[in-house]
Design a protein around this ligand. Structure first.
Ligand code: ACO
Length: 329
């Protein structure tokens, strides 16, 4: 078996920015409410003529450049998203537009845990030797799936994409030190973008649904908050304990960027100091599957996260799903 090496990262967000003040002009909300309850100040949103695929390609290009690999070097591309341009999957299009003509590509959906699930999946292929160079992209455009008249949800989300290139190395140099994943469908009702059948047509002796649409994102914020604040520290402490790492050995805590209060609470329960939290929530809001690679890439560009740093990372979200990993950059 091989080990995993991280070769590079890249990220991007749409140019159009919507501030909390912009929102307060069109709905009953204030910058103060949003900032205090969530830590979010701005979010980037796709314009109607833009696509998620173009965002994913942009982030993927940057990651390849950082990894010093050519598109033809990519063997596998996993596109983690819940909001593809095409419900059949956008990964193959991302690969083709990138010029990754040799790559096998597919989509993986696990909401805000998507990037962690995709990275862990990618790692299994690399470990087994099935694929060598894998590009993992996390991208979402939830701005297209929220109800812009529902202040309790639309203020939370933004669009973005982040990517990471991993490859084979010696097993003794493995950068992915451990992972922990889980899901609980009983909580699906707390957060979802659900298919809705508006019409049906009679065929043969029965009926089939037609004109299927999606309901705007619905969320029980309090339940999701409760789930995240209990599940995230549990997942990470299990992970650290299993691999014999003390909380003080963790260089960075990299959590899904949903709410600053969730991050603070997890850090406190884990015994990790606040200054070790990587957070760019103020600029982007919750970008779902993009949030972890976007925050990591920015922290690397800013020179905060350095080669050899130990990261404790956890995604959580709809499904309900959660996944954690420890990664050496
Ligand atoms: N502006 C002003 N007031 C608001 C807004 C707003 N944008 N939104 C809600 N309110 C009001 C509510 O109507 C309510 O008013 P009321 O008391 O008169 O009824 C009041 O503010 C308090 O609302 P709560 O929902 O109790 O606020 P809370 O402190 O729980 O914060 C929040 C809400 C921020 C959504 C929080 O529950 C949260 O972050 N939950 C987790 C959400 C999350 O992480 N989701 C993403 C998961 S990832 C994924 O897979 C997509």
């Amino acid at each position: 078996p091989y080990g995993i090496a991280v070769l590079g990262t890249g990220s991007t967000a749409p140019e159009t920015v919507v501030s909390n003040d912009d929102l307060s002009e069109v709905m009953e909300t204030t910058d103060e409410w949003i900032t205090q309850r969530t830590g979010i100040r701005r979010r980037h949103v796709l314009q109607p003529e833009e696509s998620l695929v173009s965002l994913s390609v942009k982030a993927a290009k940057k990651a390849l450049k950082d990894a010093q690999l050519a598109p033809e070097d990519v063997d596998l591309l996993i596109h983690a998203t819940s909001t593809p341009d095409d419900l059949f999957g956008s990964g193959p299009q991302v690969a083709s537009l990138l010029g990754a003509e040799r790559a096998t590509a597919f989509d993986l959906t696990a909401a805000c845990s998507g990037f962690v699930f995709a990275l862990v999946t990618a790692a299994q292929y690399v470990r087994s030797g099935a694929f060598k160079n894998v590009l993992v992209v996390g991208a979402d455009c939830l701005s297209r799936f929220v109800d812009w008249s529902d202040r309790s949800t639309c203020v939370l989300f933004g669009d973005g994409a982040g990517a990471m290139v991993i490859t084979q190395t010696e097993a003794s140099k493995d950068a992915l030190l451990g992972f922990e994943m889980g899901s609980d469908g009983h909580g699906a009702c707390h957060l979802g973008v659900c298919a809705e059948n508006e019409q049906s047509v009679s065929v043969g002796g029965g009926k089939v649904a037609s004109s299927t649409k999606f309901t705007p994102l619905g969320m029980n914020g309090k339940e999701v908050f409760r789930f995240a604040t209990s599940r995230v520290p549990k997942t990470l402490s299990k992970l650290l304990e299993r691999s014999g790492v003390a909380p003080e050995e963790v260089d960075w805590l990299l959590l899904h960027q949903a709410n600053r209060r969730i991050m603070d609470s997890a850090a406190k329960r884990l015994g990790v100091p606040q200054e070790k939290i990587i957070c760019n929530l103020d600029e982007y809001g919750n970008t779902s599957a993009a949030s972890i690679p976007l925050a990591l890439d920015e922290a690397i560009r800013e020179g905060r996260v350095k080669k050899g740093d130990l990261l404790a990372c956890c995604g959580f979200g709809a499904g309900l799903t959660w996944g954690g990993r420890r990664l050496l950059t």
